[in-house]
Design a protein around this ligand. Structure first.
Ligand code: KG4
Ligand code: ZN
Length: 357
């Protein structure tokens, strides 16, 4: 990390620092192009554009995703700046973008844009870790997380459990050995003819089914084991479908199995770590059963539950901006180098909001 040319301030008290602190955040790690302008952590304006081009291909085509980001990013930035009150780029203190993990070609679009904007305006740039950003959607909201905390990140690309002693100390407890929870939802939905991405459609179909009607395997289901495995479950669901299972019953049984595993492992970690807060984030936290189960379990355990609002379960730029805000509050002169590169995978045990290769 280097000190930036025009360093960002979190307090507005330093010489030449603006008040409010303005961060322009960009997220292009997969197939959603997202831009947000934050003023002291609040979204003054934000836009998310989800690419539809992948639907016909039944999955994200990386080259099309990169080209899609190229096409819409400049106009999304213009719209956000306009909506926030005709903000001129010179009024922005810091430009932040996701550096990884994700599709490298997609990441490079947002990353290069943010670096160029920072360089041209003499302001600082921050490269942000996407996984940390999902958790940081709960940062600086006005309803502060009490520590220690445990967190579940469940998305299309990741399923991880984290222990959090504070926002600065986030430790990986376990992750998936094969498919992510969202990936299992999407692939099973596709087999069942629900289209792509089918997680939300499978969730809706499950509402009219009997969750106890079809016996599916629960791999690595011991709550004390923080690792996940969903690939065997996905195959079992495919075999049940090919064997003539009812769509609604299979959807309900499949959803029940995944949600049961996610909730039991998260709540085990909660009770065995003396956690005061439980955080959940990522696209799968839009799942209606997961949300209601977590609400019930957290209330029973007497801990505070932090669930993103539905819009911010998916990939978004507000979470990237909040991760950047946390970095700046810790060190107002923080800045990533302009050589910050995109990365496809994150492997580590301690998760930081800053991430560059
Ligand atoms: O966080 P996200 O937008 O992107 C990644 O970083 O992966 O998560 C997208 C994932 C997809 O797999 C999608 O099917 C899943 O979240 N998802 C759901 C629901 N809504 C979205 N999975 C289960 N139930 C839902 N209601
Ligand atoms: Zn994500």
């Amino acid at each position: 990390m280097r000190k930036g040319p025009g360093s960002c301030s979190s307090s507005g008290s330093g010489p030449g620092y603006s008040e409010p602190l303005r961060i322009l955040a960009v997220e292009t790690s997969c197939d959603d192009t997202a831009v947000a302008l934050l003023e002291d952590g609040r979204a003054a304006a934000e836009r998310i554009h989800s690419q539809l081009v992948h639907v016909d291909h039944g999955g994200v085509v990386p080259e099309l995703a990169s080209r899609g980001h190229m096409k819409v990013l400049p106009s999304l930035v213009d719209q956000v700046l306009m909506e926030a009150g005709s903000i001129h780029p010179s009024m922005i203190d810091c430009f932040a973008a996701t550096a990884g993990p994700g599709l490298v070609g997609s990441l490079l679009v947002g990353l290069s844009w943010a670096k160029a904007a920072a360089w041209a305006s003499g302001k600082s740039f921050l490269g942000i870790n996407h996984l940390a950003a999902h958790l940081y959607v709960h940062y600086g909201t006005g309803s502060e997380v009490e520590f220690p905390a445990v967190a579940l990140l469940a998305s299309g690309g990741h399923t991880c459990l984290f222990g959090m002693a504070s926002w600065e100390e986030i430790v990986l407890l376990g992750s998936t050995r094969d498919d992510a929870a969202g990936e299992a939802f999407d692939k099973t939905a596709k087999v069942m003819g629900l289209g792509y991405p089918g997680g939300a459609r499978l969730d809706s179909a499950a509402e009219r089914g009997d969750p106890g009607s079809i016996r599916l395997p629960s791999p690595l289901s011991d709550p004390s084991d923080p690792e996940f495995s969903f690939s065997g479950l996905k195959t079992a669901a495919k075999l049940a479908w090919e064997g003539g299972a009812d769509l609604h019953d299979l959807a309900a049984s499949f959803r029940e199995t995944i949600v049961g595993i996610l909730v039991s492992k998260l709540m085990y970690q909660c009770s065995h770590s003396g956690a005061r807060s439980v955080l959940a984030a990522g696209g799968v936290t839009a799942n209606s059963l997961l949300r209601s189960r977590l609400e019930g379990e957290a209330s029973r355990a007497g801990v505070r539950l932090f669930l993103p609002d539905l819009k911010h379960t998916m990939d978004n730029a507000l979470m990237v901006g909040r991760a950047a805000l946390a970095v700046l509050r810790r060190d107002p002169s923080a800045a990533s180098p302009l050589t910050c590169n995109a990365f496809a995978r994150w492997s580590g045990t301690s998760l930081s909001p800053l991430g560059c290769q």
